[in-house]
Design a protein around this ligand. Structure first.
Ligand code: 9D3
Length: 249
């Protein structure tokens, strides 16, 4: 997969892209990432990327021309495929999700556009972006950190990006439930014991315990996920046991 990022803060990306999974995926040739400075597509001596808003008001708006010029130059360059998605990171975008990450991971070539200041000229959203994504209902100072979140979530789904150990399929969210509790040595730490069942060696009991705890946790912390999760006959039995133990909530 090829990913082109367009930003006024290209230096923010280096340390993240050179670490961990993203570094490994790039070295393995699974992903090819280029970060471009939006200022390369300005035409004035000051390399201006923003201007005051029509209609007045505080703050600045990012100009449309540099974004259009960047996308028009990069969209069909550097990969066999023209970018299928031009993604604008924006607080008004569709909420990014594991589902969206899976969708994007099937593409050959993505472009991510990062805004800043008070926002981006509306014509970028309407006539250039194919999709607008937000990473959540809180304000960060620009689209750069959200772009890195999207890149990380997508890259780890590409075949070969994770080690054999950490298959993306066993993830929380792949079956719609939160993960069960994890423990490692020591078996007792400051008086807190690891649950006996995990030390028992009874694989079937361990599997059932983990599934029950996964259901218990999801019910307590994310009932919205539980309502949407595909549940087996066994899951319903386990949930009935949990409800018996804990009463209504
Ligand atoms: C005054 C209204 N603000 C919108 C909530 C203006 C504004 C604040 C921050 C406009 C842009 C930004 C910069 N943030 C992003 O570009 C951004 C973002 C975010 O702030 N939260 C979650 N996801 C994203 S994706 C891009």
């Amino acid at each position: 997969m090829r990913i082109d990022v367009v930003t006024t803060f290209p230096e923010m990306f280096g340390p993240v892209l050179d670490a961990s999974i993203l570094k490994r995926a790039r070295e393995a040739g699974i992903i090819s990432l280029s970060v471009h400075d939006l200022r390369n597509w300005t035409t004035d001596a000051h390399r201006t990327t923003d201007d005051s808003p029509y209609g007045g008001g505080a703050g600045m708006v990012m100009k449309p021309e540099p974004f259009f010029a960047a996308v028009e130059e990069l969209r069909c360059a550097g990969s066999a495929e023209c970018a299928e998605e031009i993604i604008l990171l924006s607080p008004q975008g569709e909420l990014f999700s594991q589902h969206a990450a899976r969708e994007l991971s099937s593409r050959q070539h993505l472009m991510l556009l990062c805004g800043h200041y008070e926002g981006v000229d509306e014509r970028v959203r309407q006539h250039l972006a194919t999709r607008e994504l937000s990473i959540g209902d809180y304000v960060v100072t620009g689209g750069e950190l959200p772009a890195m979140v999207v890149i990380d979530a997508v890259a780890r789904l590409l075949p070969g990006a994770l080690g054999a150990e950490e298959g993306a399929e066993t993830d929380s969210f792949s079956d719609g439930l939160l993960e069960y509790p994890h423990y490692t040595r020591p078996a007792e730490f400051r008086g807190w014991q690891v649950p006996d069942v995990l030390l028992s060696g009874h694989h079937e009991e361990i599997r059932r315990w983990r599934r029950r705890e996964s259901l218990r946790r999801t019910r307590a912390k994310r009932p919205d996920l539980l309502r949407r999760a595909p549940l087996s006959e066994e899951d319903r039995k386990l949930l009935a046991e949990i409800e018996e133990e804990e009463g209504g909530v």
